[in-house]
Design a protein around this ligand. Sequence first.
Ligand code: GRF
Length: 202
Amino acid sequence: MTLNRKRGAILISGRGSNMVSLLRAAQLDDFPVEFTMVISDKIEAPGLGIATSAGVKTHALRHCRDGREAWEDELHQLLTDGEIDLICLAGFMRLLSAEFVGRWAEKILNIHPSLLPDFPGLEAQAQALDAGVSEAGCTVHVVTAEMDAGPILGQAKVPVNAGDSVDALSKRILAEEHQLYPALVAKYVQDHWTTEEPVHAG
Ligand code: GRF
């Protein structure tokens, strides 16, 4: 049976290691998403070159002087023209407006390097170390208007070791991110789309 794969876009701002894990997973025949586009809000994001080398269409959508609304309209148009079903944020550092999120409700996923609801926002790994927790980890969640607060799809835990630096802890968490995100993207799509017809936002 041929799998009716959904069309995915990955949004990045930086190095794109989670993007790579998603693109790799999507090479498997039974992965339910085909990532057809990578979009960065930073023209210098190293992940853009990696995506291009992997044969994926890329777009650098720089912040414009006309403000967030115009930028999000452009993003929405790109995604709509590309008939995108699912958006995966992967180190995408820009906050999306409630209006944009509403237009793509339940179609945007994110990975965050903490065990949400603990330590939302920036520098989650440093927040975890400062708080003195013994366990840290990462969370995949559905994106809602409130930052890092949407329904949680799953988490992976790692120990915090005595004397851990932010770098050491971040690396330990990142290794888990690379496993967790593709697995939960696949599960979300399989659970969420029960019909054979793709659902496009508009
Ligand atoms: C990851 O830790 C991710 O959880 C967070 O930003 C970082 C992005 O890393 N949202 P990369 O660009 O995927 O390597």
